[in-house]
Each structure stands twice: as structure tokens, then as C-alpha cells.
Design a protein around this ligand. Structure first.
Ligand code: AMP
Ligand code: AMP
Length: 331
């Protein structure tokens, strides 16, 4: 068995971790990035050109570790149909990609979520308006009240309530971004807190560099295009909140979709009332784990050797292989 992933996102870490657990590794993707995975950072034993070279992967006895890039490049339908074994539960993909199913899952897990407004005329506090399918905050806008909403929405072509299916209006939650990364082991039925990051986003993290007085004249709108990730260590008294939120998400996944195992991430903010408000779940490895190639403070507290999320995945696959339980973790 070999461990394979798409050459982007968190592939360096996944392949490095797989090597550390004694697996041979495969990266696949555009030929331009081959040197990154074979020469500058020699983590891949094989590099195959292509978005998803199925026949080669089958021949090499590969298991695919999915990342945000893999799923984005291949698309949901093809991922569901792929013949190469996939680490994780594919059932989760539908729940995660549909805003209303995702909300149902997170609500059932009793997470604190931003309020959603169906009627803009009910807006009674600051809101963030998200056009459906928008990426990286492009087209998002903030509004203070119904009049402000209608004025700004008109620029997006939303003129009356009939057009509203195009946008979601969420309560704007003031807080600092916190993205805890979890790993749930199906083999030993335990949840681990692997690490925590926040994103470094353009232009959200750039606007604060301009004095407020000058910002006013520039008519800036906020975007959240990810450029990198910054490690976060949480205030210790918040750790139980974050862990319990993760436990409830795993438990409800068992009731709703046959389980969530492997790495996942809750994306949210912590408010000044110390409340963790979650916007989204990513049900696979997130690139925010990349600062922790050599382990994080949390994985170091649990293990006596450096454990990244990539390595933790490989440890699980190694354990499943040795116990003859691969069919339980692959779909
Ligand atoms: P890429 O392969 O870099 O084009 O990324 C594929 C998807 O993963 C995009 O939706 C990105 O927004 C997301 N992504 C990539 N890198 C990161 C990162 N370092 N932090 C958060 N999200 C990321
Ligand atoms: P998203 O496209 O949903 O991942 O959101 C991109 C970014 O917008 C997040 O990383 C947050 O910084 C911010 N954001 C999204 N939703 C909210 C919200 N309801 N309240 C405050 N900030 C938000």
C-alpha cells in the first residue's frame, strides 16, 4: 500500500508524515510542481502528472488522502465515484457542501452558529451577506440595517425579496478567528486536538494597516483570500469548550451519516464573551495544519515524538493495516 495525494494544499505534510510511518508516497498534479515534491522537498517517491490518474494509482496500490484541493479539482461527483480507496467517509461530503445540511448537522451538535436572516427587513444587528458559491469572501458585504442592506444588495442585482435565493444573510459575529484541527481515530474511538491556526488573509489582514481616516475615502470591501496560516495557542481554559464541540460533532455525525473520522476542522471565532461561534466545518485535513509539520504544542503534549496531522493519518493507516481493519477507515 502507498499513500497518495494531490500536489497542493497540505501534500508536503501528508507525504512527509507517510514517509515517517514507513510508506512509499505518491503526489499527482500539474507537472510544474513536480520539483516541489521531489527535489526542493523530497517527500514523494512517485510524481504522476494529472488531476486524478486513476489507473496509475490503482496499479501502485494507492490510498488517496483527500484535501481541499483534491476535492475542489476533482468535484464532488467524481470523488463519490472514484475507484481508488479514499481515507475518510465520503457520505460526509454532501452534508458539508450543502449550506442547509451543514447547518442541520452543526445545530444538532449544539454548536453556537451565527443567526441567519431569511428576511432582510428583520436585520437588527450587523450582518455579513454571502452570495451563494462565492469564494474567499468575494462579493461579501456588511450591512447595519435593512436600508443599508437594500442599498448594497442592489449592486449585486438583488432588488427585491424574490432575488434573495442568491445570498445568505448571517449575523456578523465580532470575534477573533480560531480554527481548531481535530483528529478522530476510528481504530481507538478517540478524539485528539492536533493544533489550532488562524488564517492570514488578503485583504482582511491588510485593511488594518491603513489608518481609519484614510480608509473612509477608499471605499474598500473586505476579501478573505487565504495567503498563509498563523499558529495559535489557545487560552487553556478554552480548550475544554473546543474539545467538547469536536466531540459533539463526531457524535452527531455517527447519527446522521455513519460517522466522521480522520482529520477535521471547525472554523469560527471566539467572542469577547468567550463563546466559540462556528461558521463552517471542513471534514478533512485543512491547510492550517501546515505550520505543524514537526508537531504542535498539543500533539507534543500527547506524544513523545513529533506528530503532524499528516503523520497522524499515516499512523492510523499503519494501525489499520496491521490490525486488518483497513476496510473500516477507507471508502
Ligand atoms: P489550492 O490548491 O491552493 O488552490 O487550494 C484549494 C482550496 O484549499 C482553496 O479553496 C483554498 O482556499 C484552500 N486552501 C489552500 N491553502 C489553504 C491554506 N493555507 N489555508 C486555508 N485554506 C487553504
Ligand atoms: P467563509 O467564506 O464563510 O469561510 O468566510 C470567510 C471569512 O469571513 C471568515 O474566515 C471570517 O473571517 C469571516 N466571516 C464569515 N462569516 C462571518 C460571520 N458570520 N461573522 C463574522 N465574520 C464572518
Amino acid at each position: 500500500m502507498r499513500i497518495a495525494t494531490y500536489a497542493s494544499h497540505s501534500a508536503l505534510q501528508i507525504l512527509k508524515g507517510a514517509r515517517e510511518e514507513g510508506f512509499e508516497t505518491i503526489a499527482f498534479g500539474p507537472s510544474r510542481v513536480k520539483p516541489l515534491y521531489t527535489r526542493y522537498f523530497p517527500v514523494a517517491d512517485y510524481f504522476i502528472e494529472g488531476t486524478y490518474p486513476e489507473e496509475d494509482l490503482l496499479e501502485l496500490d494507492a490510498v488517496v488522502v483527500p484535501t481541499g484541493s483534491f476535492v475542489a479539482h476533482l468535484g464532488l461527483e467524481l470523488v463519490e465515484k472514484m475507484r481508488v480507496p479514499y481515507y475518510g467517509n465520503k457520505e460526509v461530503l454532501r452534508w458539508e457542501s450543502d449550506r442547509s445540511l451543514e447547518r442541520k448537522w452543526l445545530e444538532k451538535a449544539k454548536l453556537r452558529l451565527p443567526r441567519v436572516y431569511d428576511d432582510p427587513d428583520d436585520i437588527d444587528r450587523p450582518v455579513i451577506v454571502k452570495p451563494h458559491g462565492a469564494k474567499g469572501g468575494k462579493g461579501y458585504f456588511l450591512a447595519k440595517n435593512p436600508a443599508d442592506f437594500w442599498e448594497k444588495a442592489e449592486r449585486l442585482g438583488v432588488r427585491d425579496k424574490e432575488d434573495l435565493f442568491n445570498v445568505q444573510i448571517q449575523e456578523y459575529v465580532l470575534g477573533v478567528p480560531v480554527y481548531p484541527h481535530y483528529f478522530y481515530s476510528k481504530l481507538n474511538r478517540e478524539l485528539e486536538l492536533m493544533s489550532v491556526d488562524r488564517r492570514y488573509e488578503s485583504n482582511a489582514d491588510a485593511i488594518g494597516r491603513i489608518p481609519a481616516g484614510e480608509q473612509l475615502g477608499l471605499e474598500l470591501s473586505t476579501n478573505y483570500t487565504v495567503i498563509g496560516n498563523i499558529p495559535v495557542v489557545l487560552r487553556e481554559s478554552l480548550l475544554m469548550d473546543v474539545i467538547e464541540a469536536g466531540e459533539r460533532v463526531v457524535k452527531t455525525a455517527e447519527e446522521l451519516m455513519g460517522g466522521l473520522w480522520g482529520p477535521f476542522c471547525l472554523e469560527g471565532v471566539f467572542t469577547e464573551e468567550l463563546e466559540f461561534v462556528v461558521f463552517e466545518i471542513s471534514a478533512r485535513i485543512v491547510a492550517g495544519t501546515n505550520p505543524f509539520v514537526h508537531g504542535s504544542p498539543y500533539s507534543w503534549l500527547r506524544y513523545d515524538f513529533p506528530v503532524s496531522t499528516g503523520r497522524r493519518i499515516a499512523m492510523e493507516l499503519r494501525g489499520a493495516l496491521e490490525e486488518g481493519r483497513l476496510d473500516e477507515v477507507l471508502t
